[in-house]
Design a protein. Structure first.
Length: 95
């Protein structure tokens, strides 16, 4: 399926652009880095599924999951409420 794309322009202060160059983020690699950062942010905020976020980042799902782990972003959110629900379910199972 071919999706339509939207091109966005980002204006950065010159000092920020220079700082990015110092750490190795040149004009050529910056769009990919920005897509990856946006994918992380939207996934963390639960606005994109993990698969869709990987597509946005332009990388395979397995690599995206590795990068999430490297950046200490949980792949799944398992809350204390989830644990309590699971324990309650286990208590209802006859033994």
């Amino acid at each position: 399926m071919i999706e339509k794309e939207v091109t966005l322009q980002v204006r950065l202060p010159q000092d920020v652009a220079l700082a990015l160059q110092v750490v190795g983020l040149e004009k050529e690699s910056l769009p990919a880095e920005m897509r990856q950062a946006l994918a992380f942010s939207l996934f963390r905020r639960q606005l994109l599924s993990i698969g869709r976020a990987a597509e946005l980042a332009g990388i395979p799902l397995a690599r995206f999951m590795d990068l999430l782990a490297e950046n200490e972003i949980p792949v799944v959110e398992y809350t204390s409420e989830d644990l309590a629900d699971d324990l309650a379910t286990l208590d209802r199972i006859p033994r």
